[in-house]
Design a protein around this ligand. Structure first.
Ligand code: SF4
Length: 338
């Protein structure tokens, strides 16, 4: 009789491969992590925290975002209350330049290093780009040297070059979910079109910020697929959102992700992306609450968005800054980030 093959423990393997070697987990390994029983979550988070400290360091990157153009987007991303295709309560609105400058100043005052200008569009038109250009100039004229990121949808090569010329430091463009699941989430553009924008952004020398949303009906295998697809892009930052089932969207009745599942995702993504800034973005209050957010920050996350997140109001910036102080986590300073 031959003995049954010994079960390989994925956390044991990860300790050597990821913590010691700095090599992210494979898709199969990520799936094993996502299937860990609840009683192993503390061990997972502890390992993920060690990986983050070893390969990213102790500092936390704080970012504020502002919506320059809200709502009325022609795309049909099923999670998004800013799509003009669904009867959601979000109405189209533009922010003026003085409002943008004020938001940048408030963001810098929290100690944040990054200020992201966001617009709900398929891609920018001339008017939007000239607003962004004027806005960045006004922020600089105000004496604010915070780093500027943009999230303006899909870009042409010419638009990529324009943003570089404006001094935009990082571009956010989420792949949203696994490639195999994307057609169930968005039908008005493809995953590949998004990938092409990211490729141009990277080639032009801007930092790449690319993440997605967990809880849109994807399987555990698709969560693992997504983590590894993101890793292959080698993004500088991955924002991790958990679905908020927004009223009026096709996903309004979806259940929120359970806390233990969200924590497994946090740990698994850190082990797949050992050197990447992993940012808590939308949905963490709903999914994880205060305690869970702390567990996530001690489980591999090393960046947060403070204040408002577009259409879903986050908690006040000060609450998050207090949380970081309680956890003795230093905020990355602008001087070091530049
Ligand atoms: S996610 Fe972006 S592209 Fe999709 S509908 Fe919302 S604003 Fe438009």
């Amino acid at each position: 009789m031959t003995a049954a093959p010994e079960q390989v423990d994925v956390l044991g393997v990860a300790r050597e491969q990821v913590l010691e070697g700095g090599v992210g987990l494979s898709e199969e390994q990520v799936l094993d992590v996502l299937r860990l029983p609840d009683d192993r979550i503390p061990e997972l988070l502890e390992l993920a925290h060690q990986v983050r400290m070893r390969w990213c360091g102790p500092e936390v990157e704080v970012e504020g975002i502002v919506s320059l153009k809200t709502g009325g987007c022609p795309e049909d991303c099923h999670f998004c209350s800013q799509s003009g295709q669904f009867p959601s309560p979000v109405r189209s609105a533009w922010l003026d330049i003085p409002g943008l400058v004020r938001a940048a100043r408030q963001t810098a005052d929290t100690g944040a290093t990054e200020f992201c200008i966001v617009a709900a569009v398929r891609g920018p038109d001339k008017r939007l780009l000239s607003q962004v250009r004027d806005g960045i100039k006004a922020i600089r004229d105000d004496g604010n040297d915070i780093q500027i990121a943009c999230s303006l949808g899909m870009l042409t090569q010419e638009q990529v070059d324009e943003l570089v010329a404006m001094g935009v430091h990082r571009y956010n463009h989420n792949l949203e979910t696994a490639r195999s699941h994307f057609p169930n989430v968005v039908t008005t553009h493809s995953w590949e079109e998004r990938w092409e924008t990211l490729r141009m952004v990277r080639a032009a020398g801007m930092e790449v910020c690319c993440g997605g949303i967990i809880g849109m009906g994807e399987t555990l295998a698709q969560r693992a697929e997504f983590a590894v697809q993101l890793a292959s892009l080698e993004p500088d930052e991955v924002p991790l959102n958990f679905l908020i089932p927004n009223p009026g969207t096709p996903y309004e009745d979806y259940p929120v992700v359970e806390g233990p599942d969200a924590l497994r995702v946090v740990g698994a993504f850190r082990l797949a992306l050992p050197r990447t800034i992993l940012r808590f973005a939308g949905g963490r209050e709903v999914t994880l609450g205060d305690l869970g957010a702390k567990q996530g920050m001690l489980g591999g996350v090393n960046a947060i968005i403070v204040g408002n997140y577009l259409t879903n109001l986050g908690r006040p910036a000060q609450d998050d800054l207090d949380m970081l102080r309680d956890l003795s986590m230093p905020i990355k300073e602008l001087g070091k980030a530049l």
